[in-house]
Design a protein around this ligand. Structure first.
Ligand SMILES: [Zn+2]
Length: 228
């Protein structure tokens, strides 16, 4: 279901930030056939944004082949007051039989202070400010799990895709996001079948469609919750 009817027309459209992992000198994982993660993530993120554009304000953290550090990526989402931050990656494994899609949210037992992701605040000499910043995303984890479940449900309904799992991880890229946030690793470039699929533009479009549907489901649920 498309959630446009769920949103009040007088309100601004929700903002979705999609983050294509890696970029520039940071290639990410590499497949045996030469597929490079940074290219797949940008291609898929562009397809997701195209699907979402009619219903949301959409922002890509990077629009080309250049490097952004992790703090810059979440800062874009925080600055724009996004309703959801979705980070796109692929996986790699020494075992080339390992396959599947992984949807992750931040593990709330992670010691975020180790990430030291906000040096400008840390340098103010008030340690409390930095601790608060590091704790920001922990308030969003329940909603992040909900977003992950919505996306997982849509991916599970499409038989083209390998098995998927939803799990918590100590993900630095999500830790500074002041909104629900998930990472989706859409397949293993180390697996020949996953790599072949991820080189196929029809397959990428299907992935983008189901991820976008899951985002719709989550935003519609969130909107209904606010209206109750
Ligand atoms: Zn990656």
């Amino acid at each position: 279901m498309i959630p446009t009817a769920g949103f009040c027309e007088n309100l601004p459209k929700p903002i979705i930030v999609v983050n294509p992992g890696h970029g520039g000198h940071d290639l990410g994982a590499r497949g045996a056939d030469g597929t490079i993660e940074k290219n797949i993530t940008l291609d898929l993120a562009n397809r997701i944004i195209e699907n979402l554009k009619p219903r949301y304000q959409t922002i890509l953290t990077r629009t080309g082949d250049y490097f952004l550090n992790i703090t810059e990526r979440t800062s874009i989402a925080n600055y724009n007051k996004a309703s959801l931050f979705v980070s796109i990656h692929t996986s790699g494994n020494f075992n080339n039989q390992t396959s599947g899609i992984t949807i992750s949210y931040l593990d709330n037992t992670t010691d975020l202070s180790a990430f030291s992701q906000s040096p400008s605040l840390k340098n103010r000499g008030d340690g409390n400010i930095n601790i608060l910043w590091d704790e920001i995303h922990k308030n969003q984890i329940t909603k992040s799990i909900e977003a992950g479940k919505c996306i997982q449900k849509r991916l599970s309904q499409n038989s083209q895709f390998p098995k998927n799992r939803l799990l918590s991880s100590p993900l630095r890229v999500l830790s500074g996001a002041n909104m629900p946030a998930v990472m989706i690793e859409v397949g293993y470039l180390s697996n020949p079948i996953d790599e072949k699929n991820l080189r196929n533009t029809d397959y990428l479009s299907e992935l983008a469609k189901e991820i976008s549907n899951g985002i719709d489901d989550f935003l519609l649920k969130a909107e209904n919750h606010i209206n109750q």
